[in-house]
Design a binder for this molecule. Structure first.
Ligand code: AMP
Ligand code: ZN
Length: 145
């Protein structure tokens, strides 16, 4: 693997404006903030994204974010907050070391998710049930040896 910038930050070998760290995670300022206060929370261990990160460790990203949410909101006077993990290129991921974005939000700040034109349509319940069954099947197969 090429040098991973977030591993370098976790090891203290690359510059970062750190706001929180413990044995499992590090939180620091994004160098290109969407809004002031934009933070990234990373695992110390290198994992590419949610597909290969052990679930318990992924949970520690959210636990840290929950702990940081109030202080971040008070420091930035944000009206809202988005938490986001981008996974793979199709999911918008650019740095391939798992990270959770904490994005302070303000009314009219111009950031947001763009919904596809088909979004207002509600698919029939049968279609939702079919997809739910397909996902349940994958969960069951993952559990069995
Ligand atoms: P993503 O598109 O979810 O992979 O986001 C990667 C984020 O990492 C972007 O918001 C970048 O601005 C941020 N980023 C990249 N390099 C650094 C760095 N050295 N220090 C802090 N943030 C960084
Ligand atoms: Zn890494």
């Amino acid at each position: 693997m090429d040098r991973c910038i977030f591993c370098e930050i976790a090891a203290g070998r690359a510059p970062a404006s750190i706001v929180y760290e413990d044995a499992d995670v590090v939180a620091f300022m994004d160098i290109r903030p969407v809004n002031p206060g934009h933070l990234l929370v990373i695992t110390r261990e290198h994992h590419r994204n949610i597909f290969d990160c052990p679930p318990v460790l992924a949970g520690k990203l959210l636990a840290a974010a929950a702990r940081l949410a109030g202080p971040l909101q008070r420091a930035t006077n944000a009206a809202g907050l988005n938490l986001l993990i981008a996974n793979e290129r199709a999911g918008g991921q650019d740095v391939f070391h798992i990270h959770l974005h904490m994005l302070p939000r303000h009314v009219g700040d111009g950031f947001g998710f763009r919904l596809p034109p088909s979004h207002p349509e509600r698919p029939p319940r049968a279609e939702l049930d079919e997809m739910a069954a397909a996902i349940r099947k994958e969960i069951t197969e993952e559990k069995s040896p």
